[in-house]
Ligand binder design. Structure first.
Ligand SMILES: Nc1ncnc2c1ncn2[C@@H]1O[C@H](COP(=O)(O)OP(=O)(O)OP(=O)(O)O)[C@@H](O)[C@H]1O
Length: 260
């Protein structure tokens, strides 16, 4: 098996006296879909915030492609290829779908985008290339017919797809999804599942937090389960579902597992 793209070792995050995440080891490989689940307050979001560079770990190490992320500022994560998509829409409402995706490219091609905006001599070629790539991504997420629509006219689910296209525009090697299925209708979830699998097939590593277990279990190659900040299981969806420690952690919530 190829070596992990993301490697967390002994990751800890304390908030005052609270150990939100303790001694977490986690690997994510290129092309792999890894899910993080756990009851409320288990430390999923805190883990994500550390991997996305929003919080520095209290202790432990994070390495990406064999290089330590220690000391890398938050804005240094996306240019390295660690890109997060948010649950809530962060798009620019008055711009078109295509323009929003073009804006998402700025971490990858800042110079060209500036040329586009500044209207300098080679702006035409740069803009054409940005537009071509944006259209490719808009098509990939199934929003092709809305490329020129204003974002404010999109439905909630379409907005979620646009967020994904914007994330892809940044050229990720690891894409982090924070509850991507939240608030989506079943048909939209099925579409989202296909898109995420398509992203992994391109060799991009995918890490997601998800409350919708049925969605996650169908999608993930591997699932890590957190409880009170500690990892209590890490394996295939089937292995995790049958794990006594996981069943115990969800005792108050057995329904969730039963439906998974
Ligand atoms: N910025 C913060 N300051 C203080 N405590 C925090 C902070 N962020 C999270 N916590 C605490 O850390 C613990 C883990 O929270 P976290 O949000 O990571 O869990 P979670 O698994 O994502 O939960 P949920 O499923 O409810 O979103 C919780 O006890 C939470 O109250």
């Amino acid at each position: 098996m190829n070596s992990p793209l993301l490697q967390a070792r002994g990751l800890c995050k304390r908030f005052g006296g609270l150990h939100a995440v303790s001694d977490l080891d986690l690997d994510v490989r290129a092309g792999e879909v890894v899910g993080v689940i756990g009851p409320n307050g288990a430390g999923k979001t805190t883990t994500f915030n550390m991997i996305a560079g929003a919080f520095a770990p209290t202790s432990g190490t994070l390495a990406f492609d064999g290089r330590s992320l220690a000391g890398v500022p938050t804005h240094g994560f996306a240019p390295r290829g660690i890109v997060r998509t948010f649950q809530h829409n962060k798009s620019f409402d008055s711009l078109s779908v295509r323009e929003n995706v073009m804006v998402g490219m700025h971490t990858r091609m800042p110079a060209s985008l500036w040329r586009v905006l500044a209207g300098t001599p080679d702006s035409y070629r740069a803009e054409r290339e940005a537009r071509r790539r944006a259209d490719e991504l808009v098509d990939f997420v199934g929003l092709g017919e809305f490329a020129q629509a204003e974002v404010s006219t999109l439905s909630f689910g379409q907005g979620r797809l646009l967020e994904i296209a914007r994330g892809l525009a940044a050229g990720p090697r690891l894409m982090l999804f924070d509850e991507p299925a939240a608030g989506l209708a079943p048909g939209e979830c099925a579409r989202l599942e296909e898109i995420i699998l398509g992203i992994a097939r391109q060799g991009i590593a995918v890490l997601l937090i998800e409350h919708d277990m049925r969605f996650l279990m169908a999608l993930a190659d591997r699932v890590a389960v957190l409880n009170f900040g500690r990892k209590i299981a890490d394996g295939t969806p089937d292995a995790v579902r049958a794990d006594p420690a996981v069943i115990e952690a969800y005792l108050g919530n057995v329904e969730n597992l039963a439906h998974a």
